[in-house]
Design a binder for this molecule. Structure first.
Ligand SMILES: Nc1ncnc2c1ncn2[C@@H]1O[C@H](COP(=O)(O)OP(=O)(O)OP(=O)(O)O)[C@@H](O)[C@H]1O
Ligand SMILES: [Mg+2]
Length: 446
């Protein structure tokens, strides 16, 4: 008889304790412990045989295209057989849509098992009709029990499995409710073993919590090979699929889509799209170049600086790190002498993008300066560079790629860190190397 043991487990991080705790010692979450039963399954089992690395014959090329180029790119060049891909995102962002669209290509491999715990087969069918997906190879399974799914898998022998969503699946072995840490971990692990054993790709859809993390334990992200996040503003039709972890490719790649009536459409040239509505001769706007994975992306940074009507001025950042804005504002105050202390400052990356790269620092600084001076920046200009605390402009990686992309979209004057000039190439446009923020601002607002 397997031994059962009562444990209390943190629903936020998966930390377990023999007694109930008010605050998790691991992730500091309050009131997150729930009673769970842990079945001890320790049995003596034959150990695996060690093998020499040289003796393993496995060939790269076990990748399969989903026919959606942007999705393939985010996955690192297609789906790897036997890999587990987790797709997370806000409700209604389009997770089910992208998976269903990818099945159009993947169903050529053979049977695809689409396990839907949230929607009835009729609802999925309705969506498939809207997306013009007709394939005899897509098999729908409205099931939430893990054991049920595994037994159907043995019957159908699918070449791809999709689970929508992991929060609805439960195993009868555990008494806790679907969506709890124990259930999610158990179900994801069992499904992963299934995928690895049969060497088929498994797609898992996961909900995100209010803070934007995938609901359930962090361990879910450790179990899977690839984690993709679907991001985007509710108001705008653009959606960005971002790889945050990838065992089979770069973890910085993004795929850009546009949500339309007939589903998600790929956006081949995102820079063009993000700049299409850039206003002319308006203060507080400049174009900078960010690098997402292997791809340079031109984005517009907007800033609005207004006199504050409260004692404590407001600083708002959308699409960039809030602390970074505070730091850059401090540099502008101290090194350039702009009196921003009593000003409300709003900074926004246009198009619902989120950028973590310091290369856009100079863009943010220029946009804030432009709004503060109420002076627009000539539309020929683009800029990039990391800003240091002493007001210096620091070199960044892959400047050449960024400049080439800007030149391609018609920009003719670039303000870049002087140390990036060493890698100078003939771009047929004017590139100005500057040492400091002050120097850059002098050129932009001569
Ligand atoms: N007829 C339609 N025309 C245009 N867009 C539509 C239409 N029907 C649905 N959509 C879009 O599809 C989105 C829903 O996509 P989907 O169901 O794939 O999201 P999801 O991420 O799976 O959501 P959930 O978390 O609820 O499962 C809607 O938010 C809407 O933008
Ligand atoms: Mg869905």
């Amino acid at each position: 008889m397997p031994r059962t043991k009562i444990l209390f487990q943190c629903q936020s991080c998966g930390y377990s304790s023999p007694k109930w705790l008010g605050k998790c010692p691991d992730c500091s979450e309050w009131n997150s412990f729930v009673e769970e039963e842990r079945v001890s399954k320790l049995k003596t089992r034959k150990a695996a045989e060690p093998v020499s690395l040289a003796d393993i014959t496995h060939t790269e090329g076990d990748r399969y295209s989903t026919d959606i180029h942007e999705l393939d790119r985010t996955l690192g060049g297609g789906v790897v057989m036997g890999s587990v891909v987790l797709i997370g995102g806000d409700p209604g962002i389009g997770k089910s849509t992208i998976i269903l669209q990818s099945l159009k290509g993947l169903s050529r491999l053979g049977h695809v098992l689409y396990v839907s715990g949230e929607e009835s087969p009729e609802q999925v069918k309705l969506r498939a009709e809207r997306l013009h997906i007709r394939s005899d190879n897509i098999i729908l399974l409205p099931e939430t029990s893990l054991e049920g799914i595994i037994s159907v898998t043995q019957k159908v022998k699918p070449r791809v499995i999709v689970v929508d969503s992991i929060q609805t699946i439960f195993s009868v072995d555990l008494p806790s409710a679907p969506g709890s840490v124990g259930q999610i971990r158990e179900c994801a692990t069992k499904l992963m073993f299934l995928a690895k054993k049969q060497n088929i790709p498994l797609f898992i859809i996961g909900h995100v919590t209010k803070d934007g993390a995938i609901a359930g334990p962090k361990v879910l992200e450790h179990i899977v090979d690839t984690v993709l996040y679907f991001e985007g503003d509710k108001g705008s039709p653009f959606r960005i699929l971002r790889a945050v972890k990838n065992r089979f490719g770069s973890a910085n790649e993004i795929g850009v889509f546009e949500m339309a009536e007939s589903g998600l459409k790929e956006v081949d040239n995102p820079s063009e799209l993000f700049l299409s509505e850039k206003p002319d001769n308006v203060p507080g706007s400049i174009v900078t170049v960010s690098l997402e994975g292997t791809r340079p992306l031109l984005v517009e940074i907007q800033a609005l600086v207004t006199a504050s009507s409260f004692g404590v001025p407001r600083r708002t950042a959308i699409g960039v790190d809030y602390n970074r804005i505070n730091l850059l504002v401090a540099v502008l105050e101290k090194r350039v002498g702009m009196h921003l202390g009593s000003m409300d400052i709003y900074v926004n990356v246009v198009g619902g993008l989120r950028i973590d790269e310091p290369a856009i620092d100079m863009g943010i600084v220029a946009a804030i300066a432009s709004s503060f001076k109420n002076q627009s920046i000539n539309r020929e200009f683009f800029t990039f560079g990391e800003v240091g605390l002493s007001g210096e402009l620091r070199a960044i990686s892959q400047a050449g790629v960024r400049i080439r992309e800007a030149a391609k979209l018609g920009f003719t004057r670039g303000i870049v860190p002087v140390n990036n000039m060493q890698t100078f190439d003939n771009y047929n446009i004017e590139i100005i190397g500057v040492k400091s923020v002050e120097e850059a601002i002098e050129i932009l607002f001569f």
